[in-house]
Write a protein of this length. Structure first.
Length: 229
């Protein structure tokens, strides 16, 4: 059992019991998926009520509405449900009302707000404004970034994940161990063949690593961690 910094095992025990479920029958898994869809439908319904209220108040044309979530759900992908420190597409891709082929990230939300408001960011942003993609369906970009740091009392091992996704490939690198995963999302859309150590993929791996290194110079935590995530 991994202990937290204070030597208390309780936090790790809670995370283990919360993050793991027993083997599920097909009928149980279908119910889990149906319940998830029901939760999403409930949120969509109430967001719709907000949009109707804006329209009735005459504010719809002067209000920017940003509707997003922090992650998706595996819902059975790779034999997994819920979420966790594996950056598969089911977890990272979140459906939207308008479809764009260019890779985007929730890291882009803050730069987008700064762009539309005309305000200046106080720190170097990790993402890029989505305004060009919103206003021009033909606009494109090379990549989007993602990150996830986890402390050992949450998963049993410390992880510092940095991910970059292009239209065709995705690379995730763990800064703690140096290990990684690289997938060809065109030839292997279900992410079953890890090309990270494949010599034939060395060129695309180097290109994706270069994309990761374009982010602001804060690749390691700058402050004391708070909580387990």
């Amino acid at each position: 059992m991994t202990r937290d910094p204070t030597g208390n095992k309780k936090g790790a025990e809670i995370r283990k019991s919360y993050s793991r479920i027993s083997a599920q029958e097909d009928a149980q898994l279908r119910e889990i998926i149906a319940n998830t869809y029901g939760q999403i439908a409930l949120v969509d319904h109430n967001v719709g009520r907000v949009l109707i209220a804006l329209a009735e108040a005459g504010l719809a044309d002067s209000t920017y509405v940003i509707y997003f979530t922090d992650h998706g759900d595996w819902l059975g992908d790779h034999g997994l449900i819920l979420k966790g420190p594996m950056h598969y597409e089911g977890l990272l891709r979140v459906p939207a009302g308008a479809v764009r082929g260019a890779p985007v990230s929730s890291l882009d939300i803050a730069p987008t707000l700064f762009d539309y408001s005309g305000a200046a960011a106080l720190q170097a942003p990790h993402g890029a404004s989505l305004r060009p993609l919103i206003e021009n369906p033909d606009a494109d970009r090379d990549f989007a970034l993602n990150e996830w740091d986890l402390h050992p009392q949450r998963t049993g091992v410390a992880l510092s994940l940095r991910t970059v996704r292009t239209r065709t490939h995705k690379l995730t690198v763990d800064q703690e161990s140096g290990g990684g995963e690289l997938y060809d999302l065109v030839g292997d859309p279900h992410e079953t063949q890890n090309l990270f150590d494949d010599p034939a993929a060395s060129e695309i791996r180097a290109q994706l690593m270069a994309y990761l290194e374009t982010r602001p110079d804060d690749m390691l935590p700058l402050r004391e961690p708070v909580g387990m995530a």
